[in-house]
Ligand binder design. Structure first.
Ligand code: NAI
Length: 298
């Protein structure tokens, strides 16, 4: 029908598309006409090892269904390799329109037991991996004045999850990255959104009972990602939760707060802490400047 959302003549990069959510996003975009770069170096859940067959298999699935795809085996976590993912799109399909930053690994440990190498590695893959791929694609998107970028955040970053200080820090850092990228992309029609997915994949399979994992199909999340990557989407700089057919928006809100004249004392803060914390009426500021204006307005 005329309402069908399609991606004909659009080129999409999906990182970490060999498994789980990335694979489902790639299959959906390709099924609606997108030319897809299926990026995945393979490797275990903790990032160790590698296997080119992982990306090849998804490319074969897309082709078998009549779609167009090409494999790329580079790691998002290294700048040159990440740039080569974008080069793969340009070499195979001439351009890039859509970047779904989905690649990710886990190195869970309670904070005192976590090595700082594992902390940095998680930041490198999730934050810098998304930054590198997006940075390489950005000049192309800007030049054509069209772009759709999805960053994969997580409820672990938004709300916290025991044993995941590294992952939580990395996942919420992507929201900060998005907030400013939204402003810089605005006049070029480059829209940037964040996803907080819930799906049964090898990343979550040991956290929940098997029958629940089986219900949490990654393809139940992908329509949100595909929407955010479509021409139909006009929203930018927002956080979207999606899982098992549930879709919702998440945002930061700031309360009206309390104003103390002159030099506030520690005791002023103590006496007012409940009122300072109150969010009964609150505002979601859209830029740092907007918030500063409100702070200074009093
Ligand atoms: P998954 O482990 O099934 O898929 C992740 C894919 O990323 C794997 O195929 C892996 O080979 C690839 N990958 C890992 N390091 C890479 C690198 N350096 N360069 C390129 N590709 C790399 O896991 P899942 O669940 O599909 O995760 C996808 C994304 O969703 C991740 O960013 C994850 O943190 C995020 N997420 C998943 C949730 C869930 O419920 N499954 C919850 C919240 C976030």
């Amino acid at each position: 029908s005329a309402m069908t959302i399609r991606f004909d003549n659009r080129v999409a990069i999906v990182t970490g598309a060999g498994n789980g959510l990335g694979r489902a996003h790639a299959l959906l975009l390709a099924s609606r006409g997108a030319k897809v770069v299926v990026n995945d170096p393979g490797g275990a859940r903790d990032g160790r090892g590698g296997d080119s067959a992982v990306a090849d298999k998804v490319v074969a699935e897309i082709k078998a269904a009549g779609g167009q795809a090409v494999a790329n085996y580079d790691s998002v976590a290294e700048q040159k390799a990440a740039a080569n993912i974008v080069k793969t799109a340009v070499d195979a399909f001439g351009t890039v329109d859509i970047v779904v930053n989905n690649a990710g690994i886990l190195r869970d440990k309670s904070f005192p037991n976590m090595s700082m190498d594992d902390f940095l590695l998680i930041l490198q893959v999730h934050l810098m991996g998304s930054v590198y791929v997006t940075h390489a694609a950005w000049p192309i998107l800007r030049e054509k004045a069209y772009g759709r970028i999805v960053l994969t955040s997580s409820s672990s970053g938004l709300y916290g999850n025991f044993g995941q200080t590294n992952y939580s820090a990395a996942k919420l850092s992507l929201v900060g990255f998005m907030n400013t990228l939204r402003l810089e992309g605005q006049k070029y029609n480059i829209l940037v959104n964040s996803l907080a997915p819930v799906a049964g994949t090898r990343m979550t399979e040991d956290l929940m009972p098997a029958e629940l994992i089986a219900r949490m199909k990654p393809e139940l999340v992908s329509p949100m990602v595909a929407y955010l990557c479509s021409e139909a989407c006009t929203r930018s700089g927002e956080i979207w939760a999606a899982g098992v057919g549930y879709f919702s928006r998440v945002e930061f809100r700031e309360g009206p707060g309390v104003r103390v004249a002159g030099q506030p004392t520690i005791e002023d803060v103590a006496a007012n802490i409940d009122k300072i914390a109150d969010l009964t009426t609150s505002t979601a500021y859209r830029t740092a400047n907007e918030e500063s204006q409100a702070v200074l307005a009093g």
